[in-house]
Design a protein around this ligand. Structure first.
Ligand code: R5P
Length: 309
């Protein structure tokens, strides 16, 4: 019997939406997404969603303003078509780094994005590794924040390395610490200073990297400079192999030629089909994790079952 729910893809990550749909054995909902000649976005839902639970998969990355607006318009269309519930499945929640007023004159962009989603009609959120967990509190609706760490752990259990987990900046402290705990390894931390939007500088490294293999763990790599400077610093201090483990990857492919790195592990939370041709890049899919989370909502089960599976 066909279930009474729809899964719609935004245009940011169609392969991931297709994978989730396949796992849930529910074909993607038909939707017409277009850019009009004046660059406005046009959305048309081609299904009868009345009284149905609906999930929309969209990452806010690479072209964040476009994908955010597209998501808002899809949600508005679903709300006006009287969907019973609308869950935004946002594998990568963009604008998350702008989550506080660290100087005068700046917005709290992550809060504004949360408000826009709620105002449009979203009543549940599923997401993966928010830049800071406190962003959950920017919403007045349920937020299921999943962790992709366990997906990487399986890879390193296979390698069984004698390693040190290193967080490439103070912001990565929590993810690096819990990653190290799960692998039963020690961890270290780098004190980084951001010089501008594209460049960072390493001040100090805490932890002994001499003769160790290193796993650099972070939620996000954008320009890649944080990773590159962290790897340089570890190498200068006598580290052996360097592995990078990043949940959300936006990096330019040039970084894959950097000899400091042995291998890169990313998820597909952001569409990254162009990475798959590089031998030193391993993409780990978040599709099964997101499908399980959707299944939890559909079956009204607690998210706790996810940590037990
Ligand atoms: C910062 O807090 C994040 O965790 C990342 O370390 C940072 O956003 C990476 O930026 P980039 O790759 O541009 O150096």
């Amino acid at each position: 019997m066909k279930e009474n729910f729809f899964l719609f893809p935004g245009s940011s990550n169609l392969p991931l939406s297709q994978e989730i749909s396949k796992i849930l054995k529910n074909p993607l909902g038909k939707i017409n997404l277009k850019t009009l000649p004046d660059n406005e976005i046009s959305v048309e839902i081609l299904e009868d969603v009345h009284d149905c639970d609906v999930f929309v998969v969209q990452s806010i990355a690479k072209n964040p303003n476009y994908y955010l607006m597209e998501l808002l318009l899809i949600v508005d269309a679903l709300k006006r078509s009287r969907a019973r519930s609308i869950c935004a499945v946002i594998p990568y929640f963009g604008y998350a780094r702008q989550d506080r007023r660290d100087k005068e004159g700046v917005p709290i962009s992550a809060k504004l994005v949360a408000d826009l989603l709620e105002k449009a009609g979203v009543n549940k959120i599923i997401t993966i590794n928010l830049h800071s967990a406190q962003i959950q509190g920017f919403f007045n609706i349920p937020v299921m924040e999943l962790s992709a760490s366990s997906l990487f752990l399986k890879e390193f259990q296979k390698l069984s390395l004698k390693t040190l987990v290193v967080g490439p900046d103070f912001g990565s402290y929590k993810i690096a610490k819990s990653f190290a705990k799960d692998l039963n390894l020690e961890y270290g931390l780098i004190d980084k200073k951001r010089i501008d939007e594209r460049n960072v500088k390493v001040n100090t490294i805490f932890g002994n990297v001499l003769d160790k293999d290193i796993i650099l763990v972070d939620d996000l790599s954008s320009t890649g400079d944080t990773l590159i400077k962290a790897a340089d610093c570890c190498k200068k201090n006598g580290a052996k192999k360097i592995f990078a483990c990043i949940v959300h990857a936006l990096v330019d492919t040039n970084i894959f030629e950097n000899e400091a790195f042995e291998k890169f592990y990313f998820t597909n939370s952001i569409s990254n089909i162009e990475y798959t041709e590089f031998k030193n890049v391993e993409i780990i899919s978040v599709g099964p994790l997101l499908a399980k989370a959707i299944r939890c909502f559909l079956d009204s089960k607690s998210a706790l079952v996810l940590s037990k599976s």
